[in-house]
Design a protein. Structure first.
Ligand code: TZP
Ligand code: MG
Length: 238
């Protein structure tokens, strides 16, 4: 369906993007976003990036990130440019991980930096004022510091051990309530999130989650996204 809506712009990326911005779904605002899906090239071949993006968006994610560890800025720009018409058509912000310059070139709505990447201000200086900046945090102290640094949202985790980020010690669920009390920007809990764990994640106080492998490895990606989406019902503010 999204592909059909984009057919008028095939072969004309700039026109496609203008068309999407002008006539399709209004862009979701960051505070309204609760379910964040990541297209991680550790799981998805470049050839399947567009189809996976469409599946995530059609399933109902509110945000999509491109995570392409070890890829060049040029590759990230190429893949991001492929994804952007699809996310724009659905009003879903696209976030580029690690590469502010690529985010700027793609015109994505967001960029994401980690603890070892550019500082928030430095990333913002590259992407400009129209692009939000998110930051990964792995403790309550890092979360508070990221907000003070000016991050527009934070990732908080990994809650559980995860093969997607195997070198990180899981932080568990116990600081989720505290991080929501101390951080006013949207907090996205991440790391080992799947539908079977949603009861305990929500009970611990989470309002927003990021899902990588549970979506990308699902037999039916759209159904998996829909199932998890149904656990995040009422809109929340920060
Ligand atoms: N940051 C903290 S955990 C993580 C990132 C990028 C990976 C989460 O992946 P998954 O597969 O949902 O556990
Ligand atoms: Mg990074």
């Amino acid at each position: 369906m999204i592909e059909e809506r984009l057919s008028a712009g095939n072969g004309f990326p700039a026109l496609t993007i203008a068309y999407c911005r002008a006539s399709l779904s209004p862009m979701k605002s960051l505070p309204d976003c609760r379910l964040y899906g990541i297209v991680d090239l550790g799981y998805v071949q470049p050839l399947h990036v567009a189809a996976m993006t469409a599946a995530l968006v059609e399933g109902g994610v509110d945000l999509v990130q491109l995570r392409a560890k070890g890829r060049s800025t040029a590759e990230v720009i190429a893949l991001g440019s492929l994804m952007h018409p699809l996310t724009l058509a659905a009003g879903v912000p696209l976030i580029i991980n690690d590469h502010p310059q690529a985010a700027k070139e793609v015109g994505s709505e967001g960029v994401h930096v980690g603890q070892d990447d550019d500082a928030v201000a430095r990333a913002r200086a590259v992407v400009g004022p129209g692009c939000f900046v998110g930051k990964s945090t792995h403790s309550l102290a890092q979360a508070v510091a990221a907000q003070a640094e000016g991050a527009d949202y934070i990732g908080f985790g990994p809650l559980y051990a995860t093969g997607t980020k195997p070198d990180y010690t899981p932080i568990g669920l116990h600081d989720i309530a505290a991080v929501h009390a101390q951080v006013q920007v949207p907090v996205f809990c991440i790391g080992g999130v799947n539908s079977a764990r949603m009861d305990e994640i929500l009970a611990a106080g989470a309002k927003r989650v990021v899902v990588v492998s549970a979506f990308l490895l699902a037999q039916d990606v759209r159904a998996e996204v829909r199932a998890l989406r149904s656990r995040l019902v009422a809109p929340v503010r920060a």
